[in-house]
Design a binder for this molecule. Sequence first.
Ligand code: SAM
Length: 191
Amino acid sequence: MDGEVLVQAAKNVNYLQWCCGIDQSEHVIESAQQKVSEAGVSRKVRFVKGDVLNEECLLKVKKQMNIMGFKPAQLVSSMLFILHDLERPAAEKLLLNHKKYFGNTPLIIAEVFSIPLSVLCAYPNYRPASFQFIHEISGQHLFTKREFHGFLIRCGYRILQEQIHSSIPGLKAGEHLDTIATYVVMPSKIS
Ligand SMILES: C[S@@+](CC[C@H](N)C(=O)[O-])C[C@H]1O[C@@H](n2cnc3c(N)ncnc32)[C@H](O)[C@@H]1O
């Protein structure tokens, strides 16, 4: 969380009354607080420092939400380019805990997808080759798009909307492989 999304949301989405940014790094929180303050939107933004894999951290956010008088139906959550940062079992735990604590809150997820090496080799000058290299050397494992959809379904979510931001040509004529997308998802079973 670098604070930019919070600034844009707090400034530009009029009906949004309150935003909460979560990060485990003190340094990241401080720098995001600075951005939010410089943008003049501190009144609308709170921060929680903690590990999202720790249920205590989600409980802290939920408590903040209760103090402000919000109900789950008035909330939207986001996980932007974070799920691939986590080991798969941890990413699964996060999605399951999100359902547990925030129920039917719509969840916005942005992800960057893994592309087969044969395609990256065919188009070395496209950015996905460098994205993938950077993620691999830092020990993060990108999902393929197909894996990601399967992962969401296994965690009990359904996709309401998909917005593709960029694609790379495939090896077959007319084929396109999506590299970055944003989803709006909800739990499959309404509780
Ligand atoms: C790839 S960035 C995510 C991008 C971010 N969504 C944004 O809008 O800037 C990774 C960030 O997630 C934080 N992070 C990684 N694992 C975390 C965890 N388990 N709990 C909380 N924050 C975490 C890191 O400290 C880092 O600031």
